[in-house]
Design a protein around this ligand. Structure first.
Ligand code: GRG
Length: 300
């Protein structure tokens, strides 16, 4: 019987241990020695916290094809490094200007702004080195596909572009479709890349990749819609602010378009479509099914 809580905890521990080993000045040295201050800031922004959901998706998608867990872990670290970089930069004064993250001071608070920018850059760059290494996959063609996938998910057609659209939309006036595109890029694209990277590690054929992509897109929508609902319930229950607006930033969310009940009904439908997309896969995809449900029901 599949145990989601056990897998989530096991994955988080594996990611924490491996990141700790990889983010080491010795291992990160290039033509010159790694600068210790920036490595310390990279560690601050990526260790000791985080649910490690994206590495979990890499591992679960890879598991559909029986990929060795050591390969899925390296690829998962790469995606997590990009995620942590995005959080470090998102917290900067020029973006959300947050003082805490995962219950600790944000990187620019613990160090300084310039160091936080460089720590994000360091994590982003290292992500691609992880995917390019033989430990990730012996076949260079697969490694190129992984690098291409992560670049697409995290770049201007994905997460970076979504963040740009989000900033542009802060003045208001986005339609529902525009909010959906922004969210699919800002948070959905990295979730999509995580699942597809797991599938690429397993040499998925075109049909399997397309089914897993449909799953990932639905799971990403569920993740973001649950996030929007949590924002509003936290807002109305604890702060008494306007429904449909992000508690602190005033950003537009889908709850503002659909209402709370409408958003909850939509969330149920999205999870069903995520699970439906996996119908040809059998028990090896139980982890992915459980993660889609977890995304919808999470409380933080
Ligand atoms: C700065 C290029 C750039 C992008 C930032 C992802 C992102 C784009 C910003 C994060 C802002 C935010 C809080 C979005 C809501 C969804 C989200 C990504 C939440 C955090 O992800 P979790 O729940 O966090 O996986 P942990 O801490 O568990 O890793």
């Amino acid at each position: 019987m599949y145990d989601f809580a056990a897998e989530l905890a096991d994955c988080a521990l594996a990611v924490e241990t491996a990141l700790d080993r990889h983010l080491d000045p010795e291992r990160l040295s290039g033509p010159g020695p790694a600068a210790e201050r920036v490595v310390a800031a990279m560690r601050h922004g990526s260790l000791n916290g985080g649910k490690r959901l994206r590495p979990l998706l890499v591992r679960q998608a890879a598991n559909v094809f029986g990929v060795p867990s050591s390969r899925a872990l390296i690829a998962g670290l790469a995606v997590e490094a990009v995620h942590c970089y995005s959080l470090i930069h998102d917290d900067l004064p020029a973006m959300d200007d947050d003082d805490t993250r995962r219950g600790r001071p944000t990187v620019h608070r613990a160090y300084d702004e310039a160091t936080a920018i460089l720590a994000g850059d360091g994590l982003l760059t290292h992500a691609f080195a992880l995917l390019a290494g033989e430990q990730c996959h012996p076949d260079p063609t697969v490694r190129i596909a992984l690098v291409t996938e992560l670049a697409a998910g995290s770049g201007v057609g994905g997460m970076v572009g979504g963040q740009m659209r989000d900033i542009e939309g802060e003045a208001g006036g986005f339609s529902r479709a525009e909010i959906e595109v922004m969210q699919a890029m800002k948070t959905g694209a990295l979730i999509r890349a995580s699942v597809r990277i797991g599938a690429l590690l397993g040499n998925a054929d075109a049909r399997a990749l397309s089914a897993l992509t449909a799953y990932a897109e639905a799971a990403g929508r569920a993740f973001q819609l649950a996030d929007d609902i949590l924002d509003v319930t936290a807002t109305s229950e604890t702060l008494g602010k306007t429904a449909g607006k992000d508690a602190e930033s005033g950003k537009q969310t889908l709850v503002g378009e659909l209402g709370l009940e409408g958003a909850r009904a939509e969330l149920d439908q999205i999870v069903n479509s995520a699970v439906m997309a996996l119908r040809t896969f059998g028990p090896r995809a139980d982890g992915l099914r459980a993660t889609a449900r977890y995304f919808a029901n999470r409380s933080h």
